[in-house]
Structure formats: structure tokens, C-alpha cells
Design a protein around this ligand. Structure first.
Ligand code: UT7
Length: 329
């Protein structure tokens, strides 16, 4: 059974946080943040606004952009590292809030790779002919998990959500994928919940995000430079066949380093880091949507999506863009 993606919607909370917010209480500057990360602003959710709320808003936006019946969805996947609760899943909360009558629901925990993992799983459900219309949402409220006194990480992250529907199609537009994990590096990026140790080593168990930025940066560049050519070859493409690369937006310098090493023009790289910060599982659909709105990404363009982060894990997939924004009244 063939699969395609024809609809997308995104949402960011209303509370805009510019770099100057951090200047008011930390030893940092707008200039440092822009130069070292590319970030100009991000959005933080309100105190009583959680990941499932952002998911619902992204699906409502999807319904404004496309004529599609969300009630027909038969499986919901939410990729997130910041679910409202560990149990029940954010996907179950979304099912209840949208009143979708018959849907399987799971969350997946693959950090910034989560959205691509979601597409891979959704494609598998359709290929297995067990499901026909799968809602895949990447969503985060990372502002609730950051330590606002840690200047190494708090300036990076933002909140947001992006939703797509993976559905049965006469033609296949979702191609081969790649997944890759180095679990031994998990301690370089974590949010602790229940465990106070990793590999027997004590870790900070304050339920906040902790990152060894330099180590993750190095791993990210080498992993993307290794895996993008492998994924391209798995699809019988050449690097030149990529119309747009949509990597997870963690830091503009990671994207520039990868493009430089692979000799890909930066114009082919679609990002969401400047205006949203690092939104983890939401960063790829947000970038994809903005690429469509700006007119950069067009019908039938060949896209390579690749997420990377906490795990440390990486997932990529090639697909043909089949999304046309319609604006439904
Ligand atoms: O999405 C999941 C995957 N995550 C990533 O891919 C993130 C990867 N890492 C990064 O994006 C970068 O490593 C950071 C943005 C986190 C840090 O940038 P960096 O260029 O790697 O900086 P650094 O950690 O090497 O620190 C350089 C200096 C240090 O000062 P000293 O030791 O040289 O005196 C830091 O203390 O910059 C200092 N620094 C800051 N200065 C001003 C660190 N954070 C800040 C800050 N403002 N916010």
C-alpha cells in the first residue's frame, strides 16, 4: 500500500521570547546567541498550556489549511520529550480533545529525531494495511524542562508543534528511511524523570534538560555528514537530487557545517532555528511549513528530512513533497 503526506499545520504559543529576555538576568548577549546559534527569538508556552494543547492547535491549523476529515484518523503518533504526563500519552490526550472516535494512540520518545521516526512508523502502518490515515505530530513544551539559570542550554530551546497526516495513496511519495543510534552517548543530553543514574553514574535528577553542547554539536555534524549520503544512496538519489534538506534545527552552525562538508548550497537547507529556537520534535514540520508558505518548497520537490538528538539517535527519510496549502474557510 502506498503512502503520501498532503496536509500540514503548525502552532507556536503566543508568548514571544527575544534574546534580550536572557540579557536581563544572565551573563549573555543577543549578539552571542545570534552568532553562536542563529536564534533570534523563540516562544514559551503559558503556565497552564501543555504539549497536548499545542498538538490540538496544530491540528486545527491543519484543518484550516486543507480539506481533510480529521475524524477519519485511525492512529495518532505524538513525538515528544515533554508530554503533559508520562502516563497517559499525549496522543491519548489529543484523541480525547479532538473527539476522534477510533484511533490507536502512542507517544514516541526519540527527542529531536521523533518526528521523522513518526513518519517512518506511520508509513509502516499503512504498508501493513492495518491503518489508512495516521496523524503524526511533533510537539514540545521544552520551556517547562529547561533550567532558566543554565546559560549553556536555556537560550536554545522553544515550544511549538507541527502536525501532518500520512495517508493511503495511489502513488507512493514516502521513500526509504535510515535510523541510527549511539546509546552510549545518551548521557550527553538528558531529562531525568525516574532514574538518578545513567550506566551506574549519578546524574542530576532535577527533571530538567542537561546537555553537553560541545559533544552533541560534534556528534551532530559527523552523524549528518555520514548518514545523509547513505540515505541518498538508499534511495538511488545523488546529493544533487535533493531539492531541499530539512534537518532538525538545533543550531545554524551545525547546518552550515554539514552543508559545507557535503558541498550542498545553504539555500537548499530549510530551517526553523532563527524564529523558533530549537523546538526538538517540532522543528522539522515547522521548517517544512514555513518553506511551503514562503513559496520555496513546491509540489513534487524532493525532500530529505533528518532529525538528530537525545538518544543519541538520528532518523532520516526521503520523500516527494505532495503538500499544497489550500486555506479552507
Ligand atoms: O537538539 C538536540 C541536539 N542539540 C544540539 O545539537 C546542540 C549542539 N550544541 C550547540 O548548539 C552548541 O554547543 C551551544 C550553542 C550549546 C554552545 O555553543 P558553543 O559554541 O559550542 O559554545 P561552548 O559550549 O564551546 O562555549 C564557549 C564559551 C564558553 O566560555 P569559555 O569557557 O570559553 O570562557 C561558555 O561558557 O561560551 C560560553 N557560553 C556563553 N556565553 C554567553 C555558553 N553559553 C553562553 C551564553 N552566553 N548563553
Amino acid at each position: 500500500m502506498n503512502a503520501t503526506i498532503k496536509s500540514i499545520g503548525i502552532y507556536h504559543p503566543e508568548r514571544e521570547i527575544t534574546n534580550s529576555f536572557f540579557e536581563t538576568y544572565l551573563e549573555t548577549s543577543d549578539q552571542w546567541i545570534r552568532e553562536r546559534t542563529g536564534i533570534e527569538k523563540r516562544y514559551f508556552s503559558l503556565e497552564n498550556e501543555y504539549t497536548s494543547d499545542l498538538c490540538v492547535k496544530a491540528v486545527e491549523a491543519l484543518q484550516k489549511n486543507h480539506k481533510t476529515d480529521v475524524q477519519e484518523v485511525d492512529f495518532i503518533i505524538v513525538a515528544t520529550s515533554t508530554p503533559d504526563q508520562i502516563l497517559p500519552s499525549a496522543a491519548s490526550r489529543v484523541q480525547a480533545k479532538l473527539g476522534i472516535p477510533h484511533a490507536g494512540c502512542i507517544d514516541i520518545s526519540a527527542a529531536c529525531g521523533g518526528f521523522v521516526y513518526g513518519i517512518i512508523l506511520a508509513k509502516g502502518l499503512i504498508a501493513a494495511q492495518t491503518h489508512r490515515k495516521v496523524l503524526v505530530i511533533g510537539a514540545e513544551t521544552l520551556s517547562k524542562a529547561i533550567d532558566l539559570s543554565d546559560r549553556n542550554s536555556c537560550i536554545l530551546f522553544g515550544d511549538g508543534a507541527g502536525a501532518v497526516i500520512v495517508e493511503v495513496s495511489s502513488e507512493n511519495h514516502i521513500f526509504n528511511a535510515l535510523t541510527d543510534t549511539e546509546g552510549n552517548l545518551g548521557k550527553e543530553l538528558f531529562i531525568s524523570h525516574l532514574s538518578e543514574t545513567v550506566d551506574g553514574e549519578p546524574i542530576l535528577a532535577d527533571r530538567k534538560m542537561h546537555q553537553n553542547g560541545r559533544a552533541v554539536f560534534k556528534w551532530a555534524v559527523s552523524t549528518l555528514v555520514k548518514n545523509i549520503p547513505i540515505l541518498v544512496a538508499k534511495n538511488n538519489w545523488k546529493l544533487d537530487d535533493i531539492d531541499f534538506l530539512i534537518p532538525h534545527s538545533a543550531n545554524i552552525r551545525i547546518l552550515e557545517a554539514v552543508c559545507k562538508k557535503l558541498e550542498l548550497p545553504m539555500e537548499k537547507c530549510v530551517e526553523s532555528i532563527r524564529n523558533y529556537g530549537n523546538t526538538s520534535a517540532a522543528s522539522i514540520p515547522i521548517a517544512w511549513y514555513n518553506g511551503l508558505v514562503s513559496g520555496k518548497i513546491k509540489s513534487h520537490d524532493q525532500l530529505l528530512l533528518i532529525g538528530f538528538g537525545g538518544g543519541l539517535t538520528c532518523a532520516g527519510i526521503c520523500l516527494e513533497n505532495n503538500i499544497v496549502l489550500e486555506k479552507v474557510d
